[in-house]
Design a protein around this ligand. Structure first.
Ligand SMILES: Cc1cc2nc3c(=O)[nH]c(=O)nc-3n(C[C@H](O)[C@H](O)[C@H](O)COP(=O)(O)OP(=O)(O)OC[C@H]3O[C@@H](n4cnc5c(N)ncnc54)[C@H](O)[C@@H]3O)c2cc1C
Ligand code: FES
Length: 281
């Protein structure tokens, strides 16, 4: 058993080279890259991979699709050097992959609310697909600034069609679905309906508001956090929040862990020098 475990850790730390099989433009700023990987297809929703863009950098990315036939994907927002370089890659170009790393969302078969914003929806799609398999009641609140930036509505709708669930799209400018913030919609839903757990991933300010709501309604929340990552395996300390390392102890944090880091959660991250920096609101 111990031998088996060590072999699997060694395997996930080994860099694999894979080809981009397909590229799908999701929005003006987000593109999905589909590839095959012998380990990532065994990942659980919420886990991430370290993606090496040869000659540029290595960055953490959630797996936005995990398929038993070996196909996986990452859905990438163009925000800086590495992600811009990735957006220039074409079908057939190579990427390096390490992982899958980190913990995953814990599946609950009851009544669940899933709240995501922007690329935060990436790990929430495979989560919703797995929750749908459990025949859980799943209500998804998908938020974005505008209609063009709403992601994965088709995949969410297909998954939810198998459940007693529904999708609520929310845009800040009202160009699609409900006008406003995902957190406002979540609050209205919590006032009317009972949920066993709240899952979230997206801007930290949004997740912090949801954490406060979960505390008010005395319910569990699982939030997937982002921090600057270098090693991805708990060694370098780039990703610390309180006493935790997001790559190793997360990225999915329970309500108990979030309480322990509430001085930093939603407020401070770490810059490239390790210095504490305020999270932009
Ligand atoms: C566990 C985990 C999972 C992640 N999953 C995804 C994912 O599925 N899709 C995805 O697109 N990104 C994801 N990210 C974020 C992604 O790793 C960063 O966007 C990427 O490392 C930025 O690299 P860069 O060189 O392009 O930008 P940098 O040069 O490092 O940063 C450029 C600028 O963008 C800002 N920035 C960095 N990250 C973000 C961000 N996420 N949103 C807005 N601004 C940002 C920086 O503060 C900086 O000002 C994830 C991060 C973690 C830790
Ligand atoms: S990225 Fe190195 S400890 Fe987390």
């Amino acid at each position: 058993m111990w031998r088996k475990l060590s072999v699997s850790l060694i395997d996930s730390n080994r860099l694999r080279i894979t080809k981009i099989r397909e590229i799908n433009r999701e929005s003006p700023t987000v593109t999905t890259f589909i590839f095959h990987d012998k380990l990532c297809f065994r990942a659980k929703p919420g886990q991430f991979a370290m993606i090496w863009i040869p000659g540029v950098d290595e960055v953490p990315m959630s797996l936005s699709a995990i398929s038993p036939d070996g196909r996986c994907s990452i859905s990438v927002a163009k925000v800086g050097e590495a992600t811009e370089a990735l957006h220039k890659r074409k079908t057939g170009d190579v990427l390096g992959i390490r992982g899958p790393y980190g913990n995953s969302f814990a599946l609950v078969s009851g009544s669940t609310m899933v709240v995501g914003g922007g690329t935060g929806l990436a790990p929430l799609v495979p989560l919703t697909e797995e929750l749908a398999e459990l025949h859980a009641k799943v209500v998804v609140v998908a938020g974005a600034k505008t209609k063009d930036e709403l992601l994965f509505l088709d995949r969410m709708t297909t998954a939810l069609s198998r459940t007693d669930g529904r999708l609520v799209a929310v845009t800040q400018d009202g160009s699609h679905g409900v006008e406003g913030l995902a957190t406002d919609v979540a609050e209205q839903l919590l006032e009317k309906e009972q949920f066993d757990v709240l899952y979230t991933c997206g801007p930290e300010e949004m997740m912090y508001k949801l954490f406060l709501l979960a505390e008010r309604y005395e319910m569990p929340i699982q939030a997937s956090l982002e921090r600057l990552m270098r090693c991805g395996i708990g060694i370098c300390g780039s990703c610390i929040i309180g006493k935790f390392r997001v790559c190793r102890d997360g990225p999915v944090f329970s309500v108990k862990q979030l309480r322990e880091v509430r001085q930093e959660f939603g407020r401070f991250g770490r810059g490239s020098t390790g210095k504490r920096v305020r999270i932009p609101s």
